[in-house]
Design a protein around this ligand. Structure first.
Ligand code: ARG
Length: 465
């Protein structure tokens, strides 16, 4: 028997089976078998609905559902024999069921693989979003813990990678918490978009059979906050829409960008040049040649993997953009990128959450880095503004002080007052107080600023949410 004859699902009109290469290019079971739990769930709900409207008997429904339970148990035990000649997860499961349960021949009534795969993937996105959200929450918790430990560790904040103004390490870390909190809302939006049931759209144009779309939607948990079923409103859109794929990959790519920037900061901070933190041994590696090396490989890999996440998004956008409505087989290629985005995003989030508790700040090195009084030049400008000097002029005056400091090779706060007072009359003897680091930070006490009270309030906020 030609391999293709196995294709009882669509083989009726074919006299010859597919070529070996057709099987190889056509199979997706190697990557979509992970949809098995969702495919089984979808089919069990479909059987329940078919019985509800009288297309199958309650006994047939029960036999189908029990048979699917047995198949899923086999899949989970690793004992299911996936056959690439049966193309995908849907046909593998249906064929296996048909061999055990005669009523399985009725399961595909009023359904196509087009609305079936759309349903499986929407169920999968809801699951995947919950998983990513839990990992994001763990990263946020770990960052807040580290911020808590580094509230009194003052470092230079950087712009253009040049020392700019002092901030606490906690404030710097809490910037990432804001990003990851926004990522949680993005992931929640993806989940909400996915929470609509496409079953009943058929291949493209629904069905003439008396199905109950709301019933099956409810069975599968596609419901709103009030428990009302949510079903797609255009059968052609429902079978060809891949927005959830793009939005999920986009949310993962954004998470990747945030993690990559965080990684870059930790890579810099752990270098000898910065020395702001020590990374835990468990998330670093040594060199096979240089015995002294301790490399920040975990963070470098996270930075590298984030490129994959961007690529996956790009691939999906490119694949969908030229497709006429409705389903085209190209769309089978939609799954590897989203599965990869999910796996990699979860892995790198979990790595960061596990690594952060072992990060130790080196307060001494940070204090040395932040000791340059020039970091408080802007505070001298504010001092002058408080003395009614227009800001632009104040900026210019402090520029002159910085120039003088360079010329005399003397730190800004050690310039002789006799020279300072000549630059501008508004520079009183108390100008030197602008260089008090603690006071400078404490004065930044408005929402969003790095003052210690603000930072403490933000830590308390994140602990509660
Ligand atoms: N494996 C297919 C996919 O993932 C399922 C849908 C097949 N539909 C079809 N008309 N051949 O896209």
């Amino acid at each position: 028997m030609a391999e293709g004859k196995k294709q009882a699902t669509w083989g009726g009109r074919f006299s010859e089976g597919p070529a070996e290469l057709m099987l190889r290019i056509g199979e997706s079971v190697s990557f979509d078998q992970r949809l098995a739990p969702f495919d089984v769930q979808g089919s069990q709900a479909q059987a329940a609905m078919l019985a509800h409207v009288g297309i199958i008997s309650p006994e047939e429904r029960d036999a189908i559902q029990a048979g699917l339970d047995a198949i899923l148990a086999k899949v989970e035990a690793g004992e299911f024999n996936w056959d690439p000649a049966l193309e995908d997860v849907h046909m593998n499961i249906e064929q296996a069921l048909t061999q055990e349960v005669p009523a399985a021949a009725k399961l595909h009534t009023a359904r196509s693989r087009n609305d079936q795969v759309a349903t499986d993937m929407r169920l999968w996105f809801k699951y995947a979003c919950d998983e990513v959200d839990a990992s994001l929450a763990a990263v946020i918790a770990a960052l807040v813990d580290l911020a808590d430990r580094t509230q009194r560790v003052i470092i230079p904040g950087y712009t253009h990678l040049q020392r700019a103004q002092p901030v606490s390490m906690a404030h710097h870390l809490l910037a990432y918490v804001e990003m990851f909190a926004r990522d949680r809302t993005r992931i929640a939006a993806v989940k909400a978009q996915a929470n609509v049931c496409p079953l009943g759209s058929g291949a493209i144009a629904g069905t003439t059979l008396p199905i109950d779309r709301e019933f099956v939607a409810k069975e599968l948990g596609f419901v709103d906050a009030q428990g009302q079923p949510q079903v797609t409103q255009n059968s052609m859109d429902a079978v060809s829409d891949r927005d959830s794929f793009i939005e999920f990959a986009s949310a993962c790519a954004t998470i990747g960008v945030h993690l990559s920037r965080l990684s870059e900061d930790f890579i810099l901070w752990s270098s000898a040049e910065f020395g702001f933190v020590k990374l835990p041994d468990a998330f670093t590696t040594g060199s096979s040649l240089m015995p002294q090396k301790k490399n920040p490989d975990a963070f470098e890999l996270i930075r590298g993997k984030s490129a994959r996440l961007t690529g996956n998004l790009q691939m999906l956008l490119t694949m969908v953009k030229g497709l006429p409505l409705t389903y085209n087989r190209d769309l089978q290629e939609d799954k590897p990128p989203v599965f990869d985005s999910f796996d990699q995003t979860k892995l790198i989030l979990d790595c960061v959450a596990a690594c952060l508790p072992g990060v130790v700040a080196d307060a001494q090195r940070c204090a040395e880095a932040v000791a340059d009084p020039a970091l408080l030049a802007t505070d001298v400008v504010d001092y002058l503004v408080n003395k009614a000097v227009p800001f632009r002029e104040a900026h210019h005056i402090v520029g002159a002080l910085v120039g003088l400091s360079e010329k005399l090779e003397t730190p800004l706060n050690q310039l002789p007052y006799s020279e300072v007072s000549q630059i501008h009359a508004a520079l009183g003897e108390d100008w030197i107080q602008a260089f008090d680091l603690d006071k400078a930070l404490a004065a930044r006490d408005k929402p969003g600023m790095p003052g210690p009270d603000q930072v403490a309030a933000r830590i308390a906020h994140w602990r509660q949410s």
